[in-house]
Design a protein around this ligand. Structure first.
Ligand code: PEP
Ligand code: MG
Length: 382
């Protein structure tokens, strides 16, 4: 091991001693988990399950599910996806070896899964035995002008509860497998794009029911949490109502920035320069929370969430979770953790430690302060 690497390890150790806030990772595969854990990640803050459906025969089953025009056909396609998902989650739990795993239920903009070209449509028609005309009609029916504001996040599972059911079943069956193999496991099931408490309530009912069914069927016990993303302004300002059903909140600041500023996260490049040059944006708002107003929404949500559920677990999993100045803000807000992509974990750890030291919250700094206060008191007594 090089000297540089040893220095890095030493620095990271110091960070861990000083830090109050945890650092997790956004990861969708066991390989990403392993990398992030090697960098010191304390768990997963976000697994985007929609990323699990693009490879091999999964995309066909996914398309079949999305294009199905009735529940029976949708369930048939979901049955094909269940074993894949179970395997995915088991792999992730195993790689985490007991560290917490926040698994988010499906949140795709639908168009990413639709077969758009004639070739794809014909291929799918052959594979799943549906006339190509039917497929073309469904693709037409499902078209959205604004997919990012459309049928995504929990809206999908409100329309089709069987999707949430399949994913919950896969998560809990994978957890049961872990228990049977003596692998510690802590799933945290996360519902995306919640703006109404009722949306979360409906999803939470499904998740708890499926957990009880799996425990009964497999004859095992395991703990789990159910929580939500806070990523639309209505979710933030009604966080007191939402916290009735959420054991944790994770701030999805990518969507929260998009919806709070009314700026498309996919298209802002065209005017970013003129906005920074004219001092409207101090920085790219999708990279830093500075002066976006999104931080204020987070403050409101944290206060409201804590009012309903004192000690509610709070994290962030938007891109801002790996940005040093945003990490400082998260520290001040008292978040339990920030979560970022594996390679940003060391920087986030450094920023979290600096934030704790600078604000006098670091355990090491506290000790020193205590000593100083004791010395002062002794001097006074003399
Ligand atoms: C977010 O919106 O901040 C988030 C983490 O979710 P995604 O980027 O997958 O929409
Ligand atoms: Mg989001």
């Amino acid at each position: 091991k090089t000297e540089k690497f040893q220095n890095f390890v030493q620095l990271m150790e110091w960070c861990s001693k000083a830090t109050k806030m945890g650092v997790r990772t956004n990861a969708d595969t066991p390989e990403q988990v392993k990398n992030a854990v090697a960098f010191g990640a304390e768990g997963i803050g976000l697994t985007r399950t929609e990323h699990m459906f693009f490879e091999g025969d999964r995309i066909d089953a996914m398309r079949e599910m999305i294009l199905a025009d009735n529940e029976v056909n949708r369930r048939k396609a979901l049955k094909k996806l269940l074993p894949h998902q179970r395997k995915d989650f088991f792999g992730i739990f195993k790689a985490l070896d007991g560290k917490p795993a926040t698994i988010r239920l499906l949140d795709p903009p639908l168009h990413e899964f639709l077969p758009h070209t004639k070739e794809q449509q014909l291929d799918l028609a052959n594979k799943i035995g549906i006339p190509v005309e039917t497929i073309m009609q469904r693709v037409h029916d499902l078209h959205e002008f604004n997919p990012m504001l459309g049928h995504r996040g929990c809206r999908l599972a409100i329309s089709y509860p069987e999707i949430a059911e399949m994913q919950a079943q896969a998560i809990f069956e994978a957890a049961a497998q872990c228990v049977k193999k003596n692998i510690p496991v802590h799933p945290e099931v996360m519902v995306p794009l919640v703006g109404y408490a009722r949306e979360l309530q409906l999803q939470v009912e499904i998740i708890h029911r499926v957990a009880a069914e799996v425990k009964e069927a497999k004859g095992v016990e395991f703990d789990y949490l159910v929580g939500t993303m806070i990523e639309v302004p209505r979710g933030a300002v009604t966080a007191d109502e939402i916290a009735e059903y959420a054991q944790f909140f994770s701030f999805g600041t990518n969507d929260l920035t998009q919806t709070a500023l009314g700026v498309s996260r996919d298209d802002m490049g065209s005017f970013l320069n003129s906005y920074t040059e004219n001092d409207i944006y101090p920085k790219n708002p999708f990279a830093s929370l500075d002066a976006t107003g999104v931080g204020q929404l987070m403050e409101i949500a944290a206060a409201k969430g804590r009012a309903t559920r004192p000690g509610i677990k709070l994290g962030i999993c938007g891109e801002h979770g790996g940005d040093p100045s945003s990490v400082t803000f998260c520290h001040k807000l008292g978040l339990n953790y920030v979560s970022c992509s594996p390679y940003r974990v060391p920087v986030a750890r450094l920023a979290a430690a600096q934030a704790a030291i600078n604000s006098g919250d670091a355990p090491v700094a506290k000790k020193a302060t205590k000593k100083k206060t004791a010395k002062k008191a002794a001097r006074k007594a003399k």
